[in-house]
Design a protein around this ligand. Structure first.
Ligand code: C2O
Length: 569
């Protein structure tokens, strides 16, 4: 393809990337929402009819009947995994791996447990000093490891749960050509909450202690910003040999890891980590879209886009922990193998704790859409029964019988970034006027782009509460078997890039290897409402956005950049 170059960017002469192949074979019309999300379903007008015909054709009515669903032909259906057609999952090297759970003919609908004593999840760094707890934990994992592979409670099967939900094992009920995905969308928090719930119950069952609670890797506080000691004893069942050897000595964690260590001293790193937590949880999580991730319903094909926390620090911690000597950063650095490392579950316990903190301390609310609330997952429980759960039953952890230790400090609640407000600002290499003709292109080096804002009138508090101003980087395209990462800065200095504890640092995009083909296309949304306040740029007509490729230079294409107002709920 012919192309032209401006420093840092390779533009194809055609302004569009080749369309991603659509996998659906069902009647549909593809709608490009303002989020850039492509839906793969019947048109609004003929939706009911098409879906009914289709379901009858597929015999899916039988499945719905068996599943006991009340309204199988409702307009927008929540997504559900089809166990009957679960198949091989994709590995990043192009091969496949069998991750489906044992089959069964009976599925139980989940019932909330009777209220009893709550299990309290504790910070992992404190448990090295608790021999009784530690002995139980090690025993539970030892027993899980010893179970035969076809026992759904075995550690191997627990890891495969993650593999099939992430690496294309499950078709969606009613859409045999479309795979279910629980990452990069609003299912990220509830899916993993359910997954840990059953994992914890299985551990309790194996050691005969139903009060047993998972620990959490407290990576959001300085004392927890290391691989917790209990996971590093090479003789323990909690150890996994496939981790980055450099990060186990112990080594201070970089919550926004880009593949290299020691760019800054430890004190700076801690400050950056705490500011990162503040940004991802407080100042840039004012909308459901940016906290939970993008909507995803039955019939949606593309994986629509992560919330803040899923990208940083969730993905970046996977990247930091995985073994760079393995082809795809196994175990933690790629999803088909992540669940083989017991540390995975402590990592997700803290991710889950962040969801609790979002609601208990930051005024966060639940999504009210039934597409989200009625999404279904299947898990084997501690008695080896296959159980069907819904997102709506996961919203309150006390109803599931557990809480997080609330005596653990949350030091980042006030870790605001500082603004540099440079008087020598970066000059854009692409102006507003050129933006649409110049994109798309490949990110070969740092590039600065001028992006127009929707309005230069200062917005009121009420307006900001209703709508969040977001920078949208659209159509980020890359090979699915590689790790990619780029950082985003707004109105930064011409000579040097801001630190991660400074306001000009706006956010990052990261993706971990999980499938073989170059057909990943995502959108990154970065909230800039508070950043504009911090930079005194609320009345500016445009901002200068700088993209810095960190991992995968020259392999990431960008479809376009814009600034939009999105509804917060
Ligand atoms: Cu399902 Cu940490 O990913």
């Amino acid at each position: 393809m012919a192309s032209s170059t401006i420093t840092g960017f390779l533009f194809p002469t055609s302004s569009f990337l080749p369309n991603q192949p659509q996998k659906c074979s069902l009647p549909r019309n593809l709608k490009q929402y303002h989020t850039g999300r492509v839906r793969c379903k019947a048109t609004d007008d003929d939706h009911g009819l098409n879906r009914r015909n289709m379901l009858v054709r597929l015999g899916a009515g039988v499945l719905y009947g068996a599943a006991g669903l009340t309204n199988p032909f409702a307009f927008a259906l929540p997504v559900a995994p089809d166990l009957t057609t679960c198949g091989p999952s994709n590995k990043p090297d192009g091969s496949t791996i069998e991750c489906c759970p044992p089959t069964t003919t009976s599925i139980l609908d989940f019932k909330l447990p009777d209220p009893g004593p709550l299990r309290t999840r504790l910070a992992a760094q404190d448990l090295a000093k608790d021999p009784i707890y530690l002995a139980k934990y090690k025993k539970a994992i030892e027993l899980m490891r010893a179970l035969p592979h076809d026992d759904p409670r075995s550690l191997a099967q627990q890891a495969e749960v993650h593999c099939s939900y992430c690496n294309n094992g499950y078709p969606q009920v009613g859409y045999p050509d479309l795979k279910m995905q629980v990452h990069s969308c609003w299912l990220f928090f509830p899916f993993h909450r359910w997954y840990l719930y059953f994992y914890e119950k299985i551990m309790g069952e194996l050691i005969g202690d139903p009060t047993f609670a998972l620990p959490f890797w407290n990576w959001d506080a300085p004392a927890g910003m290391y691989i917790p000691e209990i996971f590093t004893d090479t003789t323990s069942s909690l150890y996994d040999q496939y981790r980055n050897a450099k990060h186990q000595p112990p080594k201070l964690l970089d919550l926004n890891y880009s593949g290299t260590d020691d760019e800054v001293d430890d004190a700076t790193r801690i400050k950056e980590n705490l500011t990162t937590m503040y940004q991802q949880m407080v100042s840039k999580a004012k909308s459901h879209r940016l906290f939970y991730g993008a909507p995803y319903s039955a019939g949606d094909d593309l994986i629509p886009g992560e919330g803040n926390l899923e990208l940083i620090p969730h993905d970046s911690i996977h990247f930091w922990t995985g073994d760079p000597k393995q082809a795809h950063l196994e175990d933690m650095g790629t999803f088909y193998s992540a669940g083989r490392d017991p540390l995975f579950y402590a990592h997700h316990s803290n991710v889950d704790r962040m969801w609790s903190i979002y609601k208990s301390k930051l005024g966060g609310t639940d999504i009210e859409k039934t597409d989200w609330l009625d999404t279904e997952f299947l898990f084997y429980d501690e008695k080896k029964n296959l159980v069907r759960v819904k997102v709506r039953d996961s919203l309150d952890t006390t109803k599931l019988g557990y809480v997080y230790d609330d005596k653990v400090e949350i030091p980042w609640l006030t870790s605001k970034p500082t603004a540099r407000k440079s008087s020598n600002k970066r000059k854009p290499t692409v102006s507003c006027a050129d933006l649409t003709t110049k994109f798309s292109g490949t990110l070969t080096d740092t590039i600065s782009v001028e992006v127009k804002r929707p309005s230069r009138t200062k917005r009121t508090m009420a307006e900001k509460a209703a709508q969040d101003e977001v920078l949208v980087i659209k159509g980020i395209e890359f090979a699915g078997n590689e790790t990619v990462k780029f950082d985003v800065y707004v109105n930064d200095d011409a000579e040097s890039l801001a630190g991660k504890d400074q306001s000009e640092f706006a956010g990052s995009f990261i993706d971990l290897p999980h499938k073989e083909k170059k057909d990943i296309k995502k959108n990154l949304m970065v909230s800039i409402t508070q950043l504009l306040e911090e930079l005194d740029a609320e009345t500016d007509s445009s901002v200068v956005v700088t993209l810095v490729p960190k991992v995968g230079k020259g392999t990431i294409a960008i479809g376009g950049i814009s600034i939009e107002l999105i509804n917060t709920t």
